[in-house]
Design a protein. Structure first.
Length: 96
């Protein structure tokens, strides 16, 4: 393997490891799907707060948002699909 191939392989492994780590620390509340608000509603809310959204998708029992927050910082953020409350990594799920 060439030096370039080694560098590319290391970069790929680091990227995969980071992605797995980011998701592993989030605990989302279990909310029935019929109580979830639409993804577009979350996107509009965040845009009105100054966020620039690249993508909103479903992850487990959360909405996962990729983009830039109101400060212009790149973020991967998780939100409660019913309340749109932001869920921080390592936070306990809300109890109902």
């Amino acid at each position: 393997m060439t030096k370039t191939n080694h560098s590319l392989a290391a970069l790929l492994l680091a990227t995969v490891a980071f992605g797995a780590h980011a998701h592993g620390d989030v605990s989302c509340p279990k909310i029935p799907k019929e109580e979830w608000r639409p993804q577009m509603e979350l996107q509009h809310k965040l845009s009105a707060e100054g966020w620039r959204i690249r993508q909103v998708k479903t992850f487990s029992t959360c909405y996962e948002v990729y983009g830039f927050d109101a400060k212009g910082e790149r973020v991967e953020a998780f939100f409660n699909p019913k309340t749109f409350e932001r869920i921080e990594p390592n936070s306990a799920p809300e109890k109902k």
